[in-house]
Design a protein around this ligand. Structure first.
Ligand SMILES: [Cu+2]
Length: 658
């Protein structure tokens, strides 16, 4: 245990620590006004380090810093030991050698890109050919889109974005209703110049119909919605001490990184008086959105929103009553801006409880026993806005031991201008002259498993009908196959709903009440894989999305499904590379990675802002506990939220005789 003045080893860096890390590195490496702090975060201790910590060892507080020299494009990774006040590692990243790769796009580049584009005579001429005036250009929205990679001279080793533009009638006008088709400026953010310009010969008119969503501009709101309040008069059932949360036998620690956003550390469940580990660390390490339109404005679009922008860096400040309803506990996240100054991301992570319908129920008519329990779940979430899209990441913990991740996809779709009288070949029409290109969204969650501590193994199971025979005389028998995935290459797997294929993560040395290894199963949803062709650059860059399940032997250097530097990378890094080592993954320290997503065919209902689409998965106890672990949930605990002024002695959830 730590005292209150010292951070727990997994706690995010404090503002003071961020300031110290920046100062130590700046002095040691003589950093100047052109150096940018692309990422500053805790360099986390490993599971082994943490076991040492529990038995009394001290763990140094380390900061990881990613530095970009915007003068010459050099990139450096540094580790600073805060206790010793020294730089323990300073390494140049060979971004100029294949497979290349760049730090994420930083906020100042969003603004710089717009200035560079609008000052470029070629681009100005191209948009004027489409009917824009100098005054119109002032209001044009320029999106610095991560560029993808096609092995062209101006891409190799360069720090580029591809800029697409939108006409706007006013500053608050929704530009995505007015795409400027056929014009793409490739902007080199080190040379501060447009290095390539696409200006298609065929002019598609810019759709001018306004499609806005902000409150002053949209239709009058419906008037028949009554007030809904969530009341917890006795306060919430969770306890928060620093970054540690306990609730209904669950225990975990909140973490946060610039790239991943929310991280759950040391997630476990107290069972028979013992805290039993389940996950050492869980986070979404990448997501990619490849587009399926081959034309100039779209073929290269494949945003890797974690590695090319940073889900944590783009986290929203959440608002009570709007983003979150009920009794909310917010976490403010210490962060570092690109000039190396610490700041606080207010209300970036939200923690609250939700009623979730029925947990379990039985109505025994003979004896007159009616027992029903209401389910409560703990929600820990954050929202990131990456350009046009907004993504919510919601972890749910349930009282009987289930863990769920639900991602929420909303915001504004990418759009394309369509010539009058034509339909959109590569997507769906959403309004006159306006289409939405077909695309996919792939998330990848990294689950560093810790089922009951010790080594873990993953097994694959399927349901198969048993042939007729002496042991199946009525034809009703079917079997569940079981095979342990023993090597990494054998563990890059595809889901199959027709056979109900599923995977268990077990601790082979911890036996449960019926004598088998304790385990959890991962329940994956029907979910597409990458549909881009073998040999396409997006498939190579987003290789993690070609399989639903990957299992790797833990290596602290293997943190992200797409590798360390997906931005302007030729690809090949991340899970396909990790997995190709074919290490042993049986009864050892393993990481389970799951790719899941959504294939999005755009439709009128997606505009001007699309209603939330969901994707996700669950981890369920399947032999981890000795019985339904929620049998001890009390009856009637929801009554108070119905009417707390006159608490009922017995209510609908109570056992009642007839
Ligand atoms: Cu979409």
């Amino acid at each position: 245990m730590t005292d209150a003045t010292r951070p727990y080893p997994l706690d995010p860096l404090t503002p003071d620590e961020i300031e110290q890390a920046v100062a130590i590195l700046t002095a040691a490496q003589n950093l100047g006004p052109d150096h940018r702090f692309a990422i500053v975060r805790l360099e986390e201790p490993t599971k082994t380090d943490m076991r040492g910590f529990v038995s009394g060892e001290t763990i140094p507080r380390l900061a990881f810093l990613l530095i970009l020299d915007r003068q010459n494009g050099s990139v450096f990774e540094a580790i600073v030991d805060l206790g010793a006040a020294i730089v323990t590692s300073w390494r140049r990243i060979p971004h100029d050698q294949a497979p290349y790769g760049q730090p994420p796009i930083i906020v100042e580049e969003f603004y710089r890109c717009e200035q560079i584009v609008k000052a470029d005579p070629g681009w100005r001429a191209a948009v004027k050919r489409r009917g824009l005036t100098d005054a119109d250009i002032e209001l044009v929205q320029v999106d610095p889109f991560s560029s993808g990679f096609f092995d062209r001279d101006f891409e190799r080793g360069a720090r580029i974005v591809r800029a697409v533009s939108y006409w706007r009638g006013a500053l608050k006008d929704n530009g995505y209703a007015h795409p400027i088709e056929g014009v793409v400026a490739v902007v080199d953010l080190i040379k501060n110049a447009v290095v390539d310009l696409v200006d298609e010969p065929d002019i598609v008119p810019i759709p001018r119909k306004s499609r806005n969503y902000h409150q002053d501009s949209s239709r009058p709101p419906r008037s028949d919605l009554k007030n809904l309040q969530i009341v917890q008069p006795d306060g919430p059932s969770f306890t928060v001490e620093g970054w540690r949360v306990t609730w209904q036998n669950w225990s975990f620690r909140v973490g946060f990184t610039p790239r991943e956003g929310l991280v759950l550390h040391e997630l476990g469940f107290v069972d028979q008086g013992r805290l039993r580990p389940i996950l050492f660390r869980a986070s979404v390490t990448e997501m990619v959105v490849p587009y399926a339109d081959p034309t100039a404005n779209h073929y290269w679009k494949s945003a890797f929103d974690a590695g090319e922008y940073g889900l944590g860096k783009l986290a929203n400040t959440l608002e009570l009553g709007c983003d979150c309803l009920g009794h909310i506990q917010y976490f403010d996240i210490p962060a570092c801006d690109e000039l190396g100054r610490p700041y606080i991301m207010k209300n970036a992570v939200c923690l609250h409880e939700e009623d979730y319908g029925i947990l379990w129920k039985h109505n025994e008519f003979r004896a007159g026993i009616v027992e029903v329990r209401r389910s409560r779940r703990l929600v820990i979430s954050f929202f990131a806005t990456v350009g046009n899209y907004d993504y919510g990441f919601y972890w749910y913990l349930y009282q009987e031991g289930t863990i769920q991740l639900e991602t929420k996809l909303t915001g504004i779709i990418q759009t394309a201008a369509i010539a009058p009288g034509q339909s959109y070949k590569w997507g769906g029409m959403i309004d006159d002259g306006l289409g939405g290109p077909t695309h996919q969204h792939f998330f990848n969650v990294r689950l560093h498993m810790d089922i009951d501590g010790g080594g873990n193994s993953v097994s694959e199971h399927e349901f198969v009908p048993r042939p007729w025979g002496a042991d199946n005389p009525y034809g009703n028998v079917f079997d569940t196959t079981s095979r342990v995935l023993s090597r990494e290459r054998d563990a890059a797997r595809i889901a199959d709903g027709t056979t109900g294929r599923f995977w268990k993560i077990a601790n082979p040395t911890a036996l449960n009440s019926v004598g088998t290894p304790t385990d959890y199963k991962i329940m994956v949803n029907p979910s597409p894989l990458m549909l881009a062709q073998e040999g396409s650059t997006v498939r190579y860059r987003g290789g993690f999305a070609t399989r639903h399940i990957w299992v790797t032997q833990f290596d602290p250097a293997e943190k992200y499904a797409s590798g360390d530097y997906p931005n302007v990378s030729a690809g090949g890094d991340g899970l396909p590379r990790y997995s190709a080592q074919n290490r042993v993954i049986e009864n050892t320290d393993i990481v389970l990675w799951h790719s899941f997503g959504h294939t999005h065919i755009c439709k009128p209902e997606d505009f001007p802002v699309m209603p939330v689409e969901y994707a996700g998965f669950m981890l369920k106890p399947t032999g981890f506990f000795a019985e339904n672990r929620a049998m001890d949930v009390p009856a009637g605990q929801a009554d108070a939220s119905i009417d707390h002024r006159t608490p009922r002695k017995s209510g609908c959830c109570k056992s009642s005789g007839r």
